[in-house]
Design a protein around this ligand. Structure first.
Ligand code: PNS
Length: 162
């Protein structure tokens, strides 16, 4: 039977518990999930590409059906090359919708046979974003419950280095 592959793309700077929950739920829906970590993100990344990948890998060391790769160029071309049938994106609430719909429709314009599957985030994680976690950490606040322990440690170490 044909393997059903989905791509879960993003910046993941750094990965949060919200992202990880979406990735795990993606594994329940598809045979394989490719986490595509964007190399050239428009916002300046705090973590390098290698660091962002390593932090995700540590959370999925027990899951051979999840692979982590780099995303360069158009997501629709990437989906073509990797034989993916769907893009998985988490939706935290209405504020995500405009941006997500625009991307999903552009991707659909470029590749009509590639569907975007939106997964509604758990309500207790609806406020969690990489950028807010970074900001809270940089100001000395405690956002440790919102990311895996190894990410929290890496974040604090990174923010200490000048
Ligand atoms: O986590 P982010 O930053 O919201 O993820 C955005 C991402 C990486 C999914 C988006 O920027 C993307 O798909 N980049 C690849 C380039 C591309 O295909 N751009 C057109 C998108 S409609």
């Amino acid at each position: 039977m044909l393997e059903r592959v989905a791509i879960c793309p993003g910046s993941f700077d750094p990965v949060t518990n919200g992202h990880l929950a979406i990735m795990r739920r993606g594994l329940a829906l598809f045979d394989r999930v490719i986490v595509a970590v964007a190399i050239n993100i428009s916002k300046r990344a705090l973590f390098s590409y290698d660091e962002r990948v390593a932090m995700i890998r540590e959370s999925f060391s027990d899951e051979p059906r999840l692979v982590i790769e780099s995303l360069q160029g158009l997501l629709t071309d990437y989906a073509d090359t990797h034989g993916a049938i769907a893009i998985i994106r988490g939706l935290r609430g209405p504020s995500d919708l405009a941006y997500e719909m625009q991307m999903a429709q552009m991707n659909r314009h470029l590749k009509p046979d590639l569907d975007t599957v939106f997964l509604a985030s758990d309500s207790e994680r609806a406020f969690v974003s990489s950028s807010l976690v970074r900001e809270v950490a940089s100001l000395g606040g405690d956002a440790s419950a919102l990311v895996p322990p190894h990410v929290w440690t890496a974040l604090n170490a990174k923010l200490k280095t000048p």
